[in-house]
Write a protein that binds this ligand. Structure first.
Ligand SMILES: [Zn+2]
Length: 147
C-alpha cells in the first residue's frame, strides 16, 4: 500500500495531481467484506478488483498488477482444499445418490463418471476457493503465520 503511494507520488508529473489523489483515495479506502469476497470468487485483487490474485494455477501474485497491493505474503495453506472438498462433496454425493435412485446405472458407469466428474469439479472450484480465501485473509489482515 505504501509502495503504491510512493510510486504514484514520485512517478507522476507535477500536473497529474488529480491522478495522484485518485490513487491515494483508491489505496486508502478498503472495500467492504462482501465486495472483497466477491472479488475473491472472481480471483481479482481485493483492493482494486482490476488485477488478478493468482497466476499460473494456484500461486498468489506477489503484488497486484493494477494497483500494486502486496498479496504475496498471504498464505492460505490448506483452507482452500478443505473448502473445495466440502463444496464438491455436497454437489457430487447428492447427484450420485439421485442418479442411483432414479436411473440405477451399471457399476462401471458409476465408477467412471463420478470420479471424473469429481476431479473436473475439484479442478474448477479449487482456484475459486483459493482466491476467496486469499481475499478473506487480506480483508482480515491475516498473513497465514498467526498462532
Ligand atoms: Zn489491485
Amino acid at each position: 500500500m505504501a509502495a503504491t503511494l510512493l510510486r504514484a507520488l514520485f512517478a507522476a508529473p507535477a500536473c497529474a495531481y488529480s491522478s495522484v489523489m485518485e490513487t491515494i483515495e483508491a489505496v486508502a479506502v478498503k472495500p467492504s467484506l462482501s465486495r472483497t469476497l466477491w472479488r475473491g470468487l472472481l480471483r481479482s485483487c481485493p483492493q482494486c478488483g482490476g488485477g488478478r490474485t493468482l497466476h499460473s494455477y494456484l500461486k498468489v501474485k506477489p503484488a497486484c498488477s493494477e494497483c500494486g497491493e502486496a498479496l504475496g505474503h498471504i498464505r492460505a495453506d490448506d483452507f482452500p482444499p478443505y473448502l473445495t472438498i466440502i463444496i464438491v462433496g455436497h454437489i457430487i454425493v447428492p447427484l450420485l445418490l439421485l442418479s442411483e435412485r432414479t436411473f440405477s446405472p451399471p457399476t462401471w458407469v458409476q465408477m467412471t463418471v463420478w470420479p471424473l466428474a469429481s476431479l473436473a469439479l475439484l479442478l474448477m472450484v479449487l482456484p475459486v476457493c483459493k482466491g476467496f480465501c486469499v481475499n478473506l485473509m487480506w480483508h482480515l489482515g491475516l498473513k497465514g503465520d498467526e498462532r
